[in-house]
Ligand binder design. Structure first.
Ligand SMILES: [Zn+2]
Length: 108
């Protein structure tokens, strides 16, 4: 079985390596060129869906019935998903995107 080499995150502008400790949500500056970067929303959504699934499994494992099957995935979506995003940044580094949401002055 052949594993693909794990390529870390890198800046789309300067191609400099970006480590997990540099990453902030919702956006952060590239440690090399200062460009505003963000983790793609689809990555965070995937982490939250995974968290929701984990929340559901935990509720089932602890034999919590009824309302827990609604609360578990909800808590998992927001809480476990956000926590899961950190190791996922290492295991499956996303392609960072330029953050277009930051409003800048028009260079004035
Ligand atoms: Zn950069």
């Amino acid at each position: 079985m052949k594993f693909r080499s794990v390529k870390g995150m890198q800046c789309p502008e300067c191609c400099g390596p970006v480590e997990v400790r540099h990453v902030r949500l919702p956006h952060f500056a590239c440690p090399h060129c200062g460009l505003a970067l963000c983790v793609p929303n689809r990555f965070l959504t995937a982490a939250r869906i995974l968290g929701a699934g984990l929340g559901l499994v935990l509720c089932y494992a602890f034999d919590m019935g009824g309302i827990a099957f609604i609360v578990g995935p909800l808590v998992g979506f927001f809480l476990i998903g956000s926590v899961l995003a950190v190791p996922l940044l290492v295991i499956a580094p996303p392609e960072l995107e330029k953050n277009f949401h930051i409003r800048r002055t028009l260079g004035l």
